[in-house]
Structures are given as C-alpha cells and as structure tokens.
Design a protein around this ligand. Structure first.
Ligand SMILES: [Zn+2]
Length: 343
C-alpha cells in the first residue's frame, strides 16, 4: 500500500523500474518523519518481489521487518537487513551506548566493501541519513559512487539535500517526498486517529502546524503535543487582540522555540489569508488581519525565523521571545516596525 503522500515520489520510482532506468545511486529526500524509510522499503519490495511488493512473501516480510528506529545496544560498522542481500549504514552507538551524531569513514568503508562482494543477485546498500556523513565519510562514499558496479544499488536517505556535498548530489538521482496537505492525506489521517481526536482537532490545521508531515501529526497526537500547541495558539491570538494579556501567558517558559514555531505558523497563515482575501477558521486571526499591515507580518516572520535560528546558539531565547511577543501584541496598532533582532 502506497501512503497517499508518497504517490508522486513512488510513481517516479516505479517508472524507473518499469523502464529499466533505475540508477546505481538513488537519493530519497524529505523532511524528518515524511516516511523516507518506508518508501525505500516499498521500492526494494517492488524491485525484488515476484508479485510487486505483495507484502506476504518471505522477501517482502523480511524487508518490512527492518526498522529505522531499531534500538541499538551494540556497536557494529554496518547492519544486515533481514533480507540477506541488503546492508544498512547508519549512526552507531559508542561503548557507553550513546548514539553518535555522525556516520564515520570506517563505516562507509565497511558499507562499500560489503556491497563490492561479487554476487549474482542485486546487492542493496541503504545509508541513512546521508546528512550525517562527516566530510571524510562523504569523500570515501564518493569513490564508490564514481565507479558504480553492476548489480549494486545504493539508496541514500536524507532530510535535506542542501547538507550534502554537490559531488554526491550530482551522482545520485533524487526523489523527493513533498509535504502533504491534500484531501487524500487528510482522509488517511482521519482513519488513523481516534473518533474523539477527529472531533477535537481540525485535520487541515494539524497538517499546517506540522508543515505537512502526516507521521508527525500522529506522533504529536499520541503525546500531549497538540494540546500544548492549541493552548499556545489560543494565548498568542489573545495577546494580539488584547495586548494586556501578555502578562498572563502560561506555559511559554522552557518552550520558547515551540511557541516561536506556533507564532510562525500563525503569521504564515495570516499572510496567506490576507493575500488571498479569504477568512480562515480562527476568528481572532481573521480579526487581526483586517487591520494589520502585510509588510509588518513579513517583517515579523523574518524576526521569528531569525530568532529560531539563533535558538541553536547561546542566545537568551526567553528575552528574544519576549521582544517578539511585545511586537506581536501591538501588531495591529504599530505605526512603525521596531528592530527586534540585529542582522
Ligand atoms: Zn512479496
């Protein structure tokens, strides 16, 4: 079963298989939790299963037993798939059981060695996530990509192709899983959440909030992520309508980046509604966009992006959020847009 938001990417892959144009190196990209691993599994099953990914045969079952979330307790350079002709290269654990941030050169060497074994059957190597290769690892992989052997398929999974060297990118054919907001994805989500959640939450809004990542909607709903989110969203909307409420916000401390993300989504939605001259589902937001200057929304959005990127540095994020909230609370009344973050 193809996930609805995988369809365009899968069709592209299927075409490559049908026309016998599958490259030696394939790059599957998409935001975290877009289901890159699942798409890879479906590709391999379609490629190898006699019955085009039936899901039932020994081969299909072996491949679907593999999981990117496998709990690692021992360190090995590469991992074997449940399907004998497939190996994985991924970040490993050290002796203390801590997972490393990078894929190292010795791992890539072992990965390429395993693939270079002479064999009649197609040998498949899957590397995730290619964004995590350090420079020497990437250079080492490049050698194998430059001299592709027959009967091997290397599949790289990556969150962001921008993090990969151009030399690697140029040797792979890419397939991207795009964020999904469409009706089919919405109905898939409806079928995967409880009746109560269907009543309590607006699915298009949930997809907006996760930037179109359906699995993220599920994982956040299974925790209390969205309850927090709705609480922040309500407070943010309140502040912009009643600036004095800024002194009564709750649950912002310690969640500064999440609150900034929430505000970012509100501002993006505000800009979208204002430019399309439509009203949205949030009453307060409709009220705000009636009087706000579009230019101020864009400038606030820039400041929010900047603050989120600064949050990875030792900046005082609480102070930064406070400053942004002061501007947001007066966004409909501002005469001039103030400077918040220095660029
Ligand atoms: Zn099968």
């Amino acid at each position: 079963m193809t996930l609805p938001w995988h369809k365009p990417a899968f069709e592209k892959l299927k075409k490559m298989i049908d026309q016998n144009h599958l490259p030696h190196a394939l790059l599957i990209t998409g935001a975290p939790q877009m289901g890159k691993f699942d798409l890879m599994q479906q590709l391999v099953q379609t490629l190898l299963c006699q019955d085009q990914s039936c899901g039932q045969c020994a081969l299909c079952r072996a491949i679907s037993k593999d999981s990117p979330k496998e709990v690692l307790d021992t360190s090995v350079l590469i991992r074997r798939s449940h399907y004998p002709n497939m190996v994985y290269c991924r970040t490993e654990v050290n002796d203390k059981g801590v997972e490393s941030k990078n894929i190292r050169i010795d791992q890539i060497r072992a990965f390429c060695d395993a693939l270079n074994k002479t064999a009649d059957d197609l040998q498949i190597g899957v590397l995730f996530y290619a964004d995590q290769m350090n420079v020497s690892a990437a250079n080492s992989l490049l050698k194998t990509l430059e001299e592709p052997r027959d009967n091997t398929l290397i599949i790289l999974l990556a969150h962001n192709p921008k993090n990969l060297p151009a030399t690697i990118l140029s040797r792979c054919q890419s397939v991207h899983i795009a964020p999904a907001y469409d009706k089919q994805t919405q109905s898939w989500l409806e079928g995967h959440i409880s009746d109560t959640q269907n009543k309590d939450f607006d699915i298009p809004q949930l997809l907006e909030n996760t930037h179109g990542v359906p699995f993220k909607v599920l994982s956040e709903l299974s925790g209390d992520g969205f309850i927090h989110y709705q609480n922040w969203q309500n407070q943010l909307l309140n502040i912009a309508v009643h600036p004095a409420m800024i002194n009564q916000v709750q649950d912002f401390e310690g969640n500064e980046v999440e609150v900034l993300n929430c505000l970012q989504n509100l501002v993006i939605e505000g800009i979208r509604l204002k430019s399309s001259k439509h009203e949205g589902g949030l009453v307060e937001l409709n009220q705000i966009i009636k009087t706000v200057k579009t230019d101020f929304l864009f400038r606030l959005l820039d400041d929010i992006y900047h603050a989120i990127s600064l949050s990875k540095t030792p900046v005082n994020i609480k102070l930064l959020l406070d400053n942004i909230l002061i501007v947001w609370s007066h966004i409909t009344r501002l005469q001039r847009y103030p400077q918040i973050t220095k660029t």
